[in-house]
Write a protein that binds this ligand. Structure first.
Ligand code: FAD
Length: 455
Protein backbone atom coordinates (compact mmCIF):
# COMPACT_ATOMS: atom_id res chain seq x y z
CA UNK A 1 0.00 0.00 0.00
CA UNK A 2 1.33 3.43 -0.88
CA UNK A 3 1.94 5.58 2.20
CA UNK A 4 0.36 8.94 2.97
CA UNK A 5 2.80 11.74 3.74
CA UNK A 6 1.76 14.04 6.61
CA UNK A 7 3.64 17.33 6.59
CA UNK A 8 3.61 18.79 10.12
CA UNK A 9 4.04 22.56 10.36
CA UNK A 10 2.42 24.61 13.12
CA UNK A 11 0.29 21.67 14.27
CA UNK A 12 2.72 19.76 16.48
CA UNK A 13 0.16 17.44 18.06
CA UNK A 14 -1.61 14.12 17.54
CA UNK A 15 -5.09 15.01 18.81
CA UNK A 16 -7.48 17.19 16.79
CA UNK A 17 -5.05 17.02 13.91
CA UNK A 18 -7.25 16.64 10.81
CA UNK A 19 -4.38 15.96 8.40
CA UNK A 20 -3.04 13.14 10.57
CA UNK A 21 -6.57 11.86 11.20
CA UNK A 22 -7.23 11.71 7.45
CA UNK A 23 -3.98 9.83 6.84
CA UNK A 24 -4.61 7.29 9.60
CA UNK A 25 -8.21 6.71 8.52
CA UNK A 26 -7.02 5.90 4.99
CA UNK A 27 -5.73 2.66 6.54
CA UNK A 28 -2.35 3.12 4.83
CA UNK A 29 1.12 3.57 6.32
CA UNK A 30 1.94 7.13 7.31
CA UNK A 31 5.19 9.10 6.94
CA UNK A 32 5.39 12.09 9.32
CA UNK A 33 7.61 14.96 8.21
CA UNK A 34 8.70 18.31 9.65
CA UNK A 35 10.78 20.73 7.58
CA UNK A 36 12.85 23.54 9.04
CA UNK A 37 12.18 26.01 6.25
CA UNK A 38 14.43 29.06 6.34
CA UNK A 39 14.69 29.17 2.57
CA UNK A 40 11.27 29.68 1.02
CA UNK A 41 11.06 33.08 -0.66
CA UNK A 42 9.74 35.67 1.78
CA UNK A 43 9.96 33.26 4.76
CA UNK A 44 10.00 34.90 8.18
CA UNK A 45 12.76 32.88 9.82
CA UNK A 46 11.92 31.84 13.37
CA UNK A 47 13.61 33.98 15.99
CA UNK A 48 15.86 32.66 18.75
CA UNK A 49 13.17 32.04 21.38
CA UNK A 50 10.89 30.34 18.83
CA UNK A 51 13.73 28.03 17.88
CA UNK A 52 14.21 27.08 21.52
CA UNK A 53 10.53 26.20 21.73
CA UNK A 54 10.56 24.37 18.41
CA UNK A 55 13.45 22.15 19.52
CA UNK A 56 11.58 20.93 22.59
CA UNK A 57 8.26 20.67 20.83
CA UNK A 58 9.72 18.54 18.04
CA UNK A 59 11.41 16.31 20.62
CA UNK A 60 8.00 15.80 22.31
CA UNK A 61 6.26 15.10 19.00
CA UNK A 62 8.96 12.64 17.95
CA UNK A 63 8.53 10.80 21.24
CA UNK A 64 4.76 10.59 20.69
CA UNK A 65 5.49 9.18 17.22
CA UNK A 66 7.81 6.48 18.59
CA UNK A 67 10.90 8.21 17.24
CA UNK A 68 9.64 8.17 13.65
CA UNK A 69 9.28 11.86 12.94
CA UNK A 70 11.30 12.64 9.81
CA UNK A 71 13.27 15.88 10.09
CA UNK A 72 14.64 17.69 7.07
CA UNK A 73 16.02 21.18 6.57
CA UNK A 74 15.88 23.49 3.54
CA UNK A 75 13.42 24.76 0.95
CA UNK A 76 10.21 23.05 2.09
CA UNK A 77 8.60 22.67 -1.33
CA UNK A 78 11.70 20.91 -2.71
CA UNK A 79 12.02 18.68 0.34
CA UNK A 80 8.38 17.65 0.36
CA UNK A 81 8.48 16.80 -3.35
CA UNK A 82 11.63 14.74 -2.84
CA UNK A 83 10.16 12.82 0.08
CA UNK A 84 6.94 12.08 -1.81
CA UNK A 85 9.10 10.36 -4.45
CA UNK A 86 11.51 8.72 -2.04
CA UNK A 87 8.75 7.32 0.20
CA UNK A 88 6.56 6.23 -2.72
CA UNK A 89 3.60 8.28 -1.41
CA UNK A 90 0.72 9.11 -3.70
CA UNK A 91 -1.06 11.31 -1.16
CA UNK A 92 0.20 14.36 0.73
CA UNK A 93 -1.72 16.08 3.52
CA UNK A 94 -1.14 19.14 5.68
CA UNK A 95 -2.96 21.59 7.91
CA UNK A 96 -3.12 25.09 6.52
CA UNK A 97 -0.86 28.02 7.54
CA UNK A 98 -1.83 31.63 6.85
CA UNK A 99 1.44 33.53 6.63
CA UNK A 100 1.62 35.09 3.15
CA UNK A 101 4.85 33.29 2.18
CA UNK A 102 3.41 29.97 3.38
CA UNK A 103 0.18 30.50 1.42
CA UNK A 104 2.17 31.20 -1.77
CA UNK A 105 4.53 28.25 -1.23
CA UNK A 106 1.72 25.82 -0.43
CA UNK A 107 -0.42 26.91 -3.35
CA UNK A 108 2.31 26.35 -5.88
CA UNK A 109 3.39 23.04 -4.28
CA UNK A 110 -0.19 21.80 -4.38
CA UNK A 111 -0.60 22.64 -8.02
CA UNK A 112 2.79 21.13 -9.00
CA UNK A 113 2.15 17.88 -7.16
CA UNK A 114 -1.43 17.61 -8.38
CA UNK A 115 -0.07 17.96 -11.92
CA UNK A 116 2.26 15.03 -11.12
CA UNK A 117 -0.76 12.92 -10.12
CA UNK A 118 -0.26 13.18 -6.35
CA UNK A 119 -3.42 13.73 -4.30
CA UNK A 120 -3.03 16.76 -2.02
CA UNK A 121 -5.52 17.41 0.76
CA UNK A 122 -5.35 20.33 3.18
CA UNK A 123 -7.26 21.02 6.40
CA UNK A 124 -8.00 23.64 9.03
CA UNK A 125 -6.33 22.87 12.33
CA UNK A 126 -5.21 26.29 13.56
CA UNK A 127 -8.40 28.32 13.61
CA UNK A 128 -11.99 28.06 14.77
CA UNK A 129 -13.10 29.41 11.39
CA UNK A 130 -11.25 29.96 8.15
CA UNK A 131 -10.35 33.59 7.36
CA UNK A 132 -12.65 33.54 4.30
CA UNK A 133 -15.67 32.23 6.22
CA UNK A 134 -16.50 35.45 8.07
CA UNK A 135 -17.59 38.40 5.96
CA UNK A 136 -19.36 41.70 6.53
CA UNK A 137 -22.89 42.23 5.15
CA UNK A 138 -21.19 43.79 2.09
CA UNK A 139 -19.19 40.59 1.51
CA UNK A 140 -15.80 42.07 2.48
CA UNK A 141 -13.44 40.93 5.25
CA UNK A 142 -13.98 42.57 8.66
CA UNK A 143 -11.68 45.40 9.73
CA UNK A 144 -13.50 46.17 12.98
CA UNK A 145 -13.31 43.68 15.83
CA UNK A 146 -16.74 44.09 17.50
CA UNK A 147 -18.88 43.08 14.49
CA UNK A 148 -16.32 40.39 13.64
CA UNK A 149 -16.67 38.95 17.12
CA UNK A 150 -20.47 39.15 17.03
CA UNK A 151 -20.53 37.21 13.77
CA UNK A 152 -17.94 34.73 15.01
CA UNK A 153 -19.64 34.12 18.36
CA UNK A 154 -22.85 33.16 16.56
CA UNK A 155 -21.13 30.41 14.57
CA UNK A 156 -20.91 26.79 15.66
CA UNK A 157 -17.46 25.48 16.48
CA UNK A 158 -16.61 22.01 15.18
CA UNK A 159 -15.92 19.34 17.80
CA UNK A 160 -12.25 18.40 18.14
CA UNK A 161 -11.04 15.06 16.81
CA UNK A 162 -9.56 12.41 19.09
CA UNK A 163 -5.93 11.32 18.69
CA UNK A 164 -5.49 8.26 16.47
CA UNK A 165 -5.54 5.08 18.53
CA UNK A 166 -3.00 3.27 16.40
CA UNK A 167 -0.38 4.57 14.02
CA UNK A 168 1.25 2.57 11.24
CA UNK A 169 4.33 4.71 10.78
CA UNK A 170 6.72 4.26 7.87
CA UNK A 171 10.35 5.16 8.48
CA UNK A 172 12.42 7.48 6.31
CA UNK A 173 15.88 8.98 6.63
CA UNK A 174 15.88 11.83 9.13
CA UNK A 175 18.34 14.51 10.20
CA UNK A 176 19.21 14.68 13.90
CA UNK A 177 17.39 17.40 15.85
CA UNK A 178 20.54 18.34 17.76
CA UNK A 179 22.33 19.08 14.47
CA UNK A 180 19.85 21.86 13.80
CA UNK A 181 21.34 23.79 16.73
CA UNK A 182 18.04 25.39 17.65
CA UNK A 183 19.09 25.79 21.28
CA UNK A 184 21.33 28.63 22.42
CA UNK A 185 24.78 27.59 23.56
CA UNK A 186 27.09 30.35 24.73
CA UNK A 187 25.58 32.23 26.41
CA UNK A 188 22.55 30.10 27.25
CA UNK A 189 20.07 32.95 27.41
CA UNK A 190 17.18 30.49 27.76
CA UNK A 191 18.18 29.17 31.17
CA UNK A 192 15.37 31.14 32.84
CA UNK A 193 12.65 29.76 30.52
CA UNK A 194 10.23 27.86 32.75
CA UNK A 195 8.14 26.31 29.97
CA UNK A 196 7.39 22.74 29.02
CA UNK A 197 6.70 22.61 25.30
CA UNK A 198 4.65 19.77 23.80
CA UNK A 199 1.08 18.53 23.51
CA UNK A 200 0.85 16.99 26.98
CA UNK A 201 2.07 20.16 28.67
CA UNK A 202 -0.33 22.26 26.60
CA UNK A 203 -3.30 20.29 27.91
CA UNK A 204 -1.94 20.47 31.46
CA UNK A 205 -1.72 24.28 31.11
CA UNK A 206 -5.30 24.43 29.84
CA UNK A 207 -6.66 22.32 32.72
CA UNK A 208 -4.73 24.37 35.26
CA UNK A 209 -6.22 27.52 33.82
CA UNK A 210 -9.83 26.25 33.77
CA UNK A 211 -9.90 26.52 37.57
CA UNK A 212 -9.22 30.25 37.26
CA UNK A 213 -11.15 31.13 34.11
CA UNK A 214 -14.06 32.70 35.99
CA UNK A 215 -11.65 35.26 37.48
CA UNK A 216 -10.09 35.99 34.07
CA UNK A 217 -12.05 39.20 33.38
CA UNK A 218 -10.41 40.93 36.35
CA UNK A 219 -7.15 39.02 36.71
CA UNK A 220 -6.05 39.21 33.06
CA UNK A 221 -4.88 42.81 33.43
CA UNK A 222 -2.72 42.28 36.51
CA UNK A 223 0.84 41.32 35.60
CA UNK A 224 1.74 40.48 39.21
CA UNK A 225 -0.72 37.53 39.11
CA UNK A 226 -0.89 34.33 37.09
CA UNK A 227 -4.27 35.43 35.76
CA UNK A 228 -3.95 34.45 32.09
CA UNK A 229 -3.70 31.04 30.46
CA UNK A 230 -0.11 31.26 29.12
CA UNK A 231 -1.33 29.12 26.26
CA UNK A 232 0.02 31.41 23.52
CA UNK A 233 3.17 29.46 22.58
CA UNK A 234 1.28 26.16 22.72
CA UNK A 235 -1.37 27.67 20.44
CA UNK A 236 1.17 29.19 18.10
CA UNK A 237 2.92 25.87 17.55
CA UNK A 238 -0.36 24.01 17.39
CA UNK A 239 0.34 21.78 20.37
CA UNK A 240 -3.26 22.38 21.29
CA UNK A 241 -6.06 23.50 19.00
CA UNK A 242 -8.41 26.43 19.51
CA UNK A 243 -11.29 23.96 19.09
CA UNK A 244 -10.02 21.94 22.05
CA UNK A 245 -9.71 25.09 24.14
CA UNK A 246 -13.13 26.35 23.06
CA UNK A 247 -14.76 23.06 23.93
CA UNK A 248 -13.02 22.77 27.31
CA UNK A 249 -13.96 26.34 28.29
CA UNK A 250 -17.56 26.22 27.10
CA UNK A 251 -18.27 22.88 28.78
CA UNK A 252 -16.55 23.94 32.01
CA UNK A 253 -19.34 26.40 32.80
CA UNK A 254 -20.33 29.85 31.67
CA UNK A 255 -19.08 32.98 33.47
CA UNK A 256 -18.12 36.55 32.66
CA UNK A 257 -14.51 35.40 32.82
CA UNK A 258 -15.01 32.56 30.35
CA UNK A 259 -16.77 34.88 27.89
CA UNK A 260 -13.91 37.40 28.07
CA UNK A 261 -11.43 34.59 27.54
CA UNK A 262 -13.27 33.28 24.46
CA UNK A 263 -13.17 36.81 23.10
CA UNK A 264 -9.37 36.73 23.28
CA UNK A 265 -9.46 33.65 21.07
CA UNK A 266 -11.62 35.86 18.85
CA UNK A 267 -8.80 38.45 18.73
CA UNK A 268 -6.43 35.71 17.64
CA UNK A 269 -8.76 34.79 14.77
CA UNK A 270 -9.23 38.48 13.92
CA UNK A 271 -5.45 39.00 13.67
CA UNK A 272 -5.03 35.95 11.44
CA UNK A 273 -7.77 37.02 9.07
CA UNK A 274 -6.23 40.51 8.96
CA UNK A 275 -2.90 39.02 7.90
CA UNK A 276 -4.55 36.67 5.41
CA UNK A 277 -6.45 39.49 3.70
CA UNK A 278 -3.63 42.06 4.08
CA UNK A 279 -0.40 40.19 3.32
CA UNK A 280 1.73 43.33 3.81
CA UNK A 281 0.59 43.64 7.46
CA UNK A 282 4.07 42.74 8.87
CA UNK A 283 5.75 45.44 6.78
CA UNK A 284 3.37 48.27 5.97
CA UNK A 285 0.83 50.25 8.00
CA UNK A 286 -2.77 49.42 7.16
CA UNK A 287 -3.54 53.12 7.52
CA UNK A 288 -1.55 54.44 4.57
CA UNK A 289 -1.20 57.92 6.09
CA UNK A 290 1.38 56.42 8.46
CA UNK A 291 3.74 55.60 5.59
CA UNK A 292 4.85 59.23 5.89
CA UNK A 293 5.23 59.29 9.68
CA UNK A 294 8.52 60.85 10.78
CA UNK A 295 10.06 58.17 13.01
CA UNK A 296 13.07 58.90 15.19
CA UNK A 297 16.25 56.88 14.84
CA UNK A 298 18.02 56.28 18.12
CA UNK A 299 20.11 53.16 18.56
CA UNK A 300 20.86 54.25 22.14
CA UNK A 301 17.22 54.57 23.20
CA UNK A 302 16.28 51.37 21.40
CA UNK A 303 19.03 49.47 23.19
CA UNK A 304 17.95 50.85 26.57
CA UNK A 305 14.42 49.66 25.78
CA UNK A 306 15.53 46.15 24.76
CA UNK A 307 17.69 45.78 27.85
CA UNK A 308 15.06 47.01 30.31
CA UNK A 309 17.12 50.06 31.21
CA UNK A 310 14.81 52.93 30.32
CA UNK A 311 14.50 54.07 33.94
CA UNK A 312 10.71 53.55 33.76
CA UNK A 313 10.01 50.63 36.09
CA UNK A 314 6.98 48.94 34.48
CA UNK A 315 8.64 49.09 31.06
CA UNK A 316 11.93 47.73 32.37
CA UNK A 317 10.15 44.94 34.26
CA UNK A 318 8.31 43.92 31.08
CA UNK A 319 11.40 43.96 28.89
CA UNK A 320 13.34 41.93 31.44
CA UNK A 321 10.46 39.46 31.83
CA UNK A 322 10.63 39.02 28.06
CA UNK A 323 14.38 38.43 28.05
CA UNK A 324 14.37 36.12 31.06
CA UNK A 325 11.29 34.03 30.28
CA UNK A 326 10.55 34.46 26.55
CA UNK A 327 7.10 35.87 27.32
CA UNK A 328 5.53 39.09 28.54
CA UNK A 329 2.16 39.83 30.07
CA UNK A 330 -0.29 41.36 27.57
CA UNK A 331 -0.96 44.56 29.55
CA UNK A 332 2.78 45.16 29.77
CA UNK A 333 3.28 44.38 26.06
CA UNK A 334 0.92 47.29 25.36
CA UNK A 335 2.77 49.60 27.77
CA UNK A 336 6.27 48.84 26.45
CA UNK A 337 5.11 49.08 22.84
CA UNK A 338 3.43 52.41 23.52
CA UNK A 339 6.56 53.85 25.14
CA UNK A 340 8.74 52.79 22.21
CA UNK A 341 6.41 54.07 19.51
CA UNK A 342 5.07 57.20 21.15
CA UNK A 343 7.38 58.59 23.85
CA UNK A 344 10.53 57.45 22.03
CA UNK A 345 9.12 57.91 18.50
CA UNK A 346 10.82 54.72 17.25
CA UNK A 347 9.24 52.76 14.37
CA UNK A 348 6.86 49.98 15.46
CA UNK A 349 8.68 47.61 13.12
CA UNK A 350 11.82 47.80 15.29
CA UNK A 351 9.81 46.69 18.32
CA UNK A 352 8.02 44.05 16.30
CA UNK A 353 11.39 42.62 15.17
CA UNK A 354 12.67 42.48 18.76
CA UNK A 355 9.53 40.67 19.90
CA UNK A 356 9.83 38.31 16.92
CA UNK A 357 13.29 37.25 18.09
CA UNK A 358 12.62 37.07 21.83
CA UNK A 359 9.04 35.80 22.30
CA UNK A 360 8.38 32.07 22.55
CA UNK A 361 4.89 32.83 21.19
CA UNK A 362 6.14 35.05 18.30
CA UNK A 363 3.37 34.83 15.74
CA UNK A 364 3.38 36.78 12.50
CA UNK A 365 -0.32 37.65 12.60
CA UNK A 366 -0.66 38.43 16.33
CA UNK A 367 2.63 40.28 16.54
CA UNK A 368 2.12 42.47 13.48
CA UNK A 369 -1.54 43.23 14.15
CA UNK A 370 -0.88 44.13 17.79
CA UNK A 371 2.08 46.38 17.00
CA UNK A 372 -0.04 48.16 14.43
CA UNK A 373 -2.85 48.35 16.98
CA UNK A 374 -0.63 50.13 19.50
CA UNK A 375 0.86 52.37 16.79
CA UNK A 376 -2.63 53.47 15.77
CA UNK A 377 -2.02 52.52 12.14
CA UNK A 378 -3.76 49.13 12.12
CA UNK A 379 -7.33 47.98 11.68
CA UNK A 380 -9.60 48.99 14.57
CA UNK A 381 -6.50 50.34 16.32
CA UNK A 382 -6.06 52.43 19.45
CA UNK A 383 -5.96 56.05 18.17
CA UNK A 384 -2.41 57.39 17.98
CA UNK A 385 -3.22 60.33 20.26
CA UNK A 386 -4.25 58.00 23.11
CA UNK A 387 -0.87 57.69 24.81
CA UNK A 388 -0.40 55.38 27.79
CA UNK A 389 1.22 57.02 30.78
CA UNK A 390 3.45 54.18 32.04
CA UNK A 391 3.49 55.55 35.60
CA UNK A 392 -0.31 55.59 35.85
CA UNK A 393 -0.52 52.20 34.13
CA UNK A 394 1.92 50.77 36.64
CA UNK A 395 0.06 52.25 39.59
CA UNK A 396 -3.24 50.91 38.31
CA UNK A 397 -2.24 47.39 37.28
CA UNK A 398 0.71 46.66 39.60
CA UNK A 399 -0.43 48.70 42.60
CA UNK A 400 2.02 47.28 45.15
CA UNK A 401 4.86 47.05 42.65
CA UNK A 402 5.24 43.27 43.10
CA UNK A 403 5.72 42.73 39.35
CA UNK A 404 8.31 45.50 39.11
CA UNK A 405 10.27 44.24 42.12
CA UNK A 406 10.29 40.69 40.72
CA UNK A 407 12.07 41.71 37.52
CA UNK A 408 13.93 44.85 38.60
CA UNK A 409 15.74 43.89 41.79
CA UNK A 410 17.45 47.31 41.97
CA UNK A 411 14.05 48.66 43.05
CA UNK A 412 13.37 46.10 45.80
CA UNK A 413 13.77 48.59 48.62
CA UNK A 414 11.84 51.46 47.01
CA UNK A 415 8.62 52.23 48.95
CA UNK A 416 5.31 51.46 47.19
CA UNK A 417 4.57 55.16 46.83
CA UNK A 418 7.58 55.68 44.54
CA UNK A 419 7.88 52.25 42.94
CA UNK A 420 6.55 53.41 39.56
CA UNK A 421 8.35 56.77 39.64
CA UNK A 422 11.55 56.23 41.62
CA UNK A 423 13.07 59.45 40.27
CA UNK A 424 10.67 61.35 42.54
CA UNK A 425 11.81 59.51 45.70
CA UNK A 426 13.82 61.55 48.25
CA UNK A 427 16.65 59.11 47.59
CA UNK A 428 16.53 57.72 44.04
CA UNK A 429 17.75 54.07 44.08
CA UNK A 430 21.41 53.49 43.39
CA UNK A 431 22.24 51.50 40.26
CA UNK A 432 18.96 52.29 38.51
CA UNK A 433 18.98 54.76 35.59
CA UNK A 434 17.08 58.04 35.45
CA UNK A 435 14.32 57.96 32.78
CA UNK A 436 15.74 58.16 29.24
CA UNK A 437 12.80 60.32 28.25
CA UNK A 438 10.81 62.96 30.06
CA UNK A 439 7.32 61.50 29.84
CA UNK A 440 5.54 64.84 29.36
CA UNK A 441 7.98 65.97 26.67
CA UNK A 442 7.89 62.58 24.92
CA UNK A 443 4.12 62.79 24.82
CA UNK A 444 4.17 66.31 23.35
CA UNK A 445 6.74 65.29 20.72
CA UNK A 446 4.56 62.31 19.71
CA UNK A 447 1.46 64.47 19.42
CA UNK A 448 3.34 67.05 17.36
CA UNK A 449 4.56 64.33 14.97
CA UNK A 450 0.99 63.09 14.65
CA UNK A 451 -0.30 66.62 13.95
CA UNK A 452 2.36 67.03 11.26
CA UNK A 453 1.19 63.77 9.67
CA UNK A 454 -2.43 64.94 9.66
CA UNK A 455 -1.41 68.18 7.96
C1 FAD B 1 2.77 44.63 20.99
C2 FAD B 1 2.14 43.26 21.15
C3 FAD B 1 2.69 42.15 20.52
C4 FAD B 1 2.10 40.89 20.64
N1 FAD B 1 2.69 39.81 20.01
C5 FAD B 1 2.10 38.58 20.09
C6 FAD B 1 2.68 37.46 19.45
O1 FAD B 1 3.70 37.53 18.76
N2 FAD B 1 2.07 36.25 19.61
C7 FAD B 1 0.93 36.11 20.34
O2 FAD B 1 0.42 35.00 20.45
N3 FAD B 1 0.37 37.17 20.93
C8 FAD B 1 0.90 38.39 20.84
N4 FAD B 1 0.32 39.46 21.48
C9 FAD B 1 -1.01 39.29 22.11
C10 FAD B 1 -1.01 38.92 23.60
O3 FAD B 1 -0.18 39.75 24.32
C11 FAD B 1 -0.62 37.46 23.86
O4 FAD B 1 -1.34 36.59 23.01
C12 FAD B 1 -0.90 37.05 25.31
O5 FAD B 1 -0.22 37.90 26.20
C13 FAD B 1 -0.47 35.63 25.53
O6 FAD B 1 -0.63 35.25 26.86
P1 FAD B 1 -1.74 34.20 27.30
O7 FAD B 1 -1.65 32.98 26.46
O8 FAD B 1 -1.63 34.04 28.77
O9 FAD B 1 -3.07 34.98 26.91
P2 FAD B 1 -4.56 34.83 27.43
O10 FAD B 1 -4.95 36.14 28.01
O11 FAD B 1 -4.74 33.63 28.26
O12 FAD B 1 -5.38 34.70 26.07
C14 FAD B 1 -5.66 33.43 25.46
C15 FAD B 1 -5.18 33.41 24.03
O13 FAD B 1 -5.86 34.38 23.26
C16 FAD B 1 -4.98 34.92 22.27
N5 FAD B 1 -4.82 36.36 22.50
C17 FAD B 1 -4.88 37.03 23.69
N6 FAD B 1 -4.73 38.36 23.49
C18 FAD B 1 -4.55 38.53 22.16
C19 FAD B 1 -4.33 39.66 21.32
N7 FAD B 1 -4.25 40.90 21.80
N8 FAD B 1 -4.18 39.45 20.00
C20 FAD B 1 -4.25 38.21 19.45
N9 FAD B 1 -4.46 37.11 20.20
C21 FAD B 1 -4.61 37.25 21.52
C22 FAD B 1 -3.63 34.23 22.44
O14 FAD B 1 -3.56 33.16 21.54
C23 FAD B 1 -3.70 33.75 23.89
O15 FAD B 1 -2.90 32.61 24.14
C24 FAD B 1 0.91 40.73 21.40
C25 FAD B 1 0.37 41.85 22.04
C26 FAD B 1 0.97 43.10 21.94
C27 FAD B 1 0.34 44.28 22.63
Amino acid sequence: MKPVLVWFRQDLRLSDNPALDFAVKSGRPVICLFVLDDQSPGAWKWGGASRWWLHHSLAALDKALDGRLVLRRGDAAKIVRALVKEGGADTLVWNRCYEPFAVARDKSLKSDLSADGVTVQTFNAALLHEPWELKTGGGTPFRVFTPFWKAMRAMDVAKPLAAPRKLDLQKAKSEALKDWKLLPAKPDWAKGFDWTPGEKAAHAALYDFLDDVKEYGRARDLPDRDGTSRLSPHLHWGEISPRQIWQAVTTHGHSGGSETFLKELGWREFCTQLLFHNPTLPELPLDKRFEKFQWRKSAKDFEAWTKGKTGIPIVDAGMRQLWQTGWMHNRVRMIVASLLIKHLGIHWREGQAWFWDTLVDADLANNSANWQWVAGCGADAAPFFRIFNPVLQGEKFDPRGDYVRRFVPELKAVPDKFIHKPWTAPQPPAGYPAPIVDLAQGRERALAAFQALKR
